[in-house]
Design a binder for this molecule. Structure first.
Ligand SMILES: [Fe+2]
Length: 221
């Protein structure tokens, strides 16, 4: 079935990106025709510096927490790698607060990871309702606009084929990349009425001796 196929209820299937430098753009993820909302944000100078300190250190970081807006800060700063990085932890706490407020959650699943290679290097959709993703430093997540995807080439259909070979994206200029600092909500296939229109994305290539610092927030409970 092509992306422009008419659904059983005769509604044309289409999705768009909502992108702005204002944080309230994230609420647009509730629009039925939006499958990605991006707040084009820049970290403060201090948070950027603390992120870069972490990326240049030999630290291994893969924190997984269930955190509330009230206890996120304390939980983050318990980690010795973050103990002196107040500005960075405050930024993460603000993101968690926004996520919990937007989706009326008491707490969220937080993962903060330093990555030296692509974790999910092939284009895919997430089988969840919605995830917040923000690359705090280093190359950021790559994604495809709905009209640039051939959904029939995803997953099992692409076994053994790279993204370049599989035909999953429809033209050379289709691959879009966020900037570090950007805060994105990626609508997955688990969102109501979005099973055939989830946001397609992948981890970027990471050069030798380079690290990305990435935060994700998920629904829990
Ligand atoms: Fe993903």
């Amino acid at each position: 079935m092509s992306n422009q196929a008419i659904l059983e209820n005769n509604t044309a299937l289409f999705r768009r990106a909502a992108i702005s430098d204002q944080p309230n753009i994230l609420a647009d993820i509730y629009q039925d025709d939006v499958n990605i909302a991006i707040w084009q944000n820049e970290l403060s100078e201090l948070a950027t510096q603390q992120t870069n300190d972490l990326r240049q250190s030999s630290e291994h970081l893969n924190m997984v927490l269930a955190a509330t807006p009230d206890n996120a800060m304390a939980q983050l700063m318990e980690n010795h790698a973050l103990a002196d990085k107040t500005a960075l932890c405050q930024h993460i706490q603000i993101l968690l607060d926004m996520f919990c407020t937007l989706f009326e959650l008491k707490r969220a699943g937080l993962r903060l990871t330093l990555l030296d290679k692509a974790m999910c290097p092939k284009f895919h959709v997430d089988k969840i309702p919605c995830r917040l993703v923000s690359t705090l430093g280093g190359p950021a997540t790559e994604w495809l606009a709905f009209e640039d995807v051939d959904y029939t080439k995803l997953g099992l259909a692409s076994v053994g084929l790279s993204d370049d070979e599989s035909g999953v994206y429809l033209h050379e200029n289709a691959i879009q990349q966020m900037q570090s600092g950007d805060v994105a909500l990626l609508k997955g296939s688990g969102w109501q009425n979005n099973q055939d229109a989830a946001l397609v994305h992948r981890s970027p290539h990471v050069a030798n001796n380079e690290k990305r610092l990435v935060i994700t927030l998920d629904f829990i409970d």
